[in-house]
Design a protein around this ligand. Structure first.
Ligand code: GLA
Ligand code: ZN
Length: 687
């Protein structure tokens, strides 16, 4: 099968967007009638892929060394004959009781040093040799059995990797990790961790303990290295599984299903070792604290984080729920239209698959009330089934978008190391709201039709006209040189309070923030930063002729940083307090580009006004969109696919549309578009 050059097709030869999800026939092997009905209804719902075996260890290996794969083979055959592909999971996410009974070292140890009992899932020790051996044995045997099955398109490694293990074996590996990181030089570690503080100097790597709950938690360098270590160790465990699979199934790509902005692992690191990004999205639609439009914008941010982990390929929405989950504080049903919109939003953001957890509700245990395509009722005559079948139909019509990409002109930097360092920083105020700030800035963009990638500071900056870097408190080595080069060549960058305080090991820069050469880029240094009480008020006044003809003032909250320009032009000043009239927002010309610095946390309106000016400078054209309409574009360089999603309960008219064909109706669209409440349009436009 020839793959078109202009597309990034993940699964050549399929020619469809994938639609399906987790399927657990291992829970129903004694009900052949149900297994048969499953296939019939999958076809009816337009399902063309399932994820098998996520938690099937005890069915594969009911007692140690006794393997059963015949059932799997039969199910995969059956699915394939009916046009349904398989994503095959490795079952390492949960262990059978015999394993924990015989090898208790496979069970995870909690932060207080106590070993878990058998049960739950995701609670194995990533360092345990025994566990690795048992997992590799099963993975290998299964890959040998079905690894070249024609229906198999993707390996799904374990499930939602997460958590930490604090056992002695992990402690030893941590010490080895540090030895390696600090070149076997304990004094280098002492220096980077500033351990003469409170007399916490170490004489050897053996003395270093993980930051136990009742142990050393006051050394920021230690806390950060422990998090890095956990990412490294988890990734090492994952690679151990991947290696075995590649031996027997070298031509099938691998994925690991990731979680919403998960804090425990640096996904930028982990993503390097997987072929395809996939993730599990469970927004609280129709909640009582924000509009549906806002939930959608937030979810678009989450998709963007995932998409940007591998921007050269589409990603996969591995799991989502067709109705309600069972673990939110309140598990509301998806209102009519929301299922369709939320699924196509994922596609609009760059996903080539819509997957569900799960196909059929299990009769018992913890997830018996978690939404699924098929309920205990067992029929296809349900609202949920019809919603799913409708999505199947829409995805069929959207097949041409397969392999096209979202290519925004702007990017936001988001960094896990930075996030961890900010969280651990003792100062200012307890919750510094890093993620929230990033989300809000992303939202301010997307509301005006300007999408952003959300990238690591290590990513290639040259793909973008504009880089936004909220609260980049920790700077990784080499980053600032690349940023300066980017701006010198004409790029535009926006930075905020709390930028460039510490190096990659959380040591403060001396001689003024932002450190590591950024003072020169922004043409300023900062002297103090004020933390505001929630009831405190202040504002930024933008000078007349900057954002508008007249001066404009916007409220600010949380932080106000005192800026000392050394060359930057002041465009906004503080409104009140002892620093009234002093610089709050500046811009510096650096080479061919511009570097903006915003000293305080502005409200949404202020941010949106400010960014309109920044977009102009960067040569980015925003779109005038009615409230509630979300806009995304995918492109294959020959054809653009424009998505208009109406997340509001009102009919919306959009004017000045590029002419194209609505893929959902096959109708021509010229100049204007009307979209019903909770409905959408996808336009195919020749470039
Ligand atoms: C996660 C897991 C699934 C399931 C769902 C429930 O995404 O991967 O196995 O437990 O949550 O929402
Ligand atoms: Zn361990």
């Amino acid at each position: 099968m020839e793959v078109p050059m202009n597309k990034s097709i993940i699964f050549p030869g399929i020619g469809k967007l994938l639609h399906g999800g987790d399927y657990n026939p291992d829970q129903w092997l004694d009900r052949p009638d149900i297994l048969k009905e499953d296939i019939r209804l999958m076809k009816k719902a337009g399902v063309n892929v399932v994820t098998l075996g996520v938690f099937a260890w005890s069915t594969y290996e009911p007692v140690e060394g006794e393997f059963h794969f015949e059932w799997l083979k039969e199910i995969m055959d059956n699915l394939y004959e009916n046009g349904i592909y398989t994503i095959l999971a490795t079952p390492s996410g949960a262990r059978p009781a015999w394993l924990d009974e015989k090898y208790p070292e496979a069970m995870r140890v909690a932060r207080n040093g106590m070993r878990n009992h058998h049960g739950l899932r995701h609670n194995h020790c990533m360092s345990s040799e025994k566990y690795r051996e048992k997992v590799a044995n099963l993975d290998g045997k299964r890959a040998e059995n079905v690894g070249s099955h024609p229906g198999l398109i993707l390996w799904h490694i374990s499930n939602e990797f997460g958590g930490e293990c604090w056992c002695d074996q992990c402690k030893k590996r941590f010490q080895e990790y540090l030895r390696n990181r600090y070149h076997n030089d304990i004094e280098e570690l002492n220096k980077q961790w500033w351990t003469n503080f409170w007399s916490h100097h170490y004489n050897s790597f053996e003395q270093v303990e993980p930051p136990y709950q009742n142990g050393e938690t006051s050394v920021h360098g230690l806390n950060l290295d422990w998090k890095r270590f956990t990412t490294w160790n988890m990734t090492d465990f994952m690679k151990h599984e991947i290696e075995v699979i590649r031996q027997y199934s070298p031509n099938v790509p691998v994925t690991a299903n990731l979680m919403r902005l998960y804090n425990g692992l640096d996904y930028h690191e982990m993503a390097k070792d997987i072929d395809v990004i996939s993730w599990d999205s469970y927004p609280a639609w129709n909640n009582d604290y924000e509009t549906v439009t806002q939930t959608a914008l937030d979810t678009a941010f989450d998709h963007s984080v995932m998409r940007s982990l591998k921007r050269e390929k589409p990603f996969l929405l591995m799991e989502s729920v067709p109705s309600q989950v069972n673990w939110h504080p309140f598990n509301k049903l998806k209102r009519p239209g929301i299922h369709k919109l939320s699924c196509i939003q994922a596609a609009a953001c760059g996903s080539d698959m819509i997957g569900y957890f799960q196909w059929r509700k299990g009769r018992g245990s913890y997830e018996q009330y978690h939404g699924a395509v098929l309920d205990h009722l067992g029929t296809d005559e349900t609202r949920v089934f019809k919603d799913v079948a409708e999505v199947g139909e829409i995805l069929r019509k959207l097949a041409p978008i397969e392999g096209s990409l979202v290519k925004p002109e702007a990017a936001m930097l988001f960094d896990w190391n930075n996030r961890w360092a900010i969280e651990d920083m003792a100062g200012l105020s307890k919750n510094k709201k890093y993620e929230d700030t990033c989300r809000k800035q992303y939202t301010a963009f997307l509301k005006h039709g300007v999408d952003m990638d959300v990238i690591s500071p290590e990513a290639d900056l040259s793909n973008y006209k504009l880089i936004v870097m909220p609260m980049l408190y920790l700077l990784k080595p080499g980053f600032t040189d690349r940023l300066k080069e980017y701006v010198a060549k004409g790029g535009v960058v926006v930075s905020t309070y709390l930028t460039g305080y510490v190096n990659e090991n959380t040591l403060c820069y001396l001689g003024g923030f932002p450190g590591d050469g950024l003072k020169e880029l922004f043409g300023l240094y900062t002297e103090e930063i004020d933390a505001l009480y929630p009831s405190d008020t202040n504002g930024i006044t933008f000078r007349a002729g900057t954002l508008a003809e007249n001066a404009k003032t916007f409220p600010v909250t949380d932080f106000c940083e005192m800026i000392k320009p050394t060359g930057a032009e002041v465009i906004g000043t503080y409104e009140k307090d002892f620093y009234a009239g002093t610089p709050a927002v500046t811009v510096n010309t650096y080479g061919k580009g511009k570097a903006y610095y915003v000293g305080a946390r502005m409200n949404t309106e202020g941010m949106e006004d400010f960014y309109h000016e920044v977009w102009k400078q960067a040569g980015i054209t925003p779109k005038a969109l009615p409230d509630g309409i979300e806009f995304h574009v995918r492109t294959d360089n020959e054809v653009d696919y424009e998505f208009y999603l109406n997340f509001s309960d009102e009919e919306k008219k959009i004017y000045g549309i590029r002419n194209g064909i609505n893929l959902l109706t096959d109708g021509k669209v010229e100049d204007e578009l009307t979209i019903k409440p909770y409905d959408l349009a996808v336009l195919r436009i020749l470039r």
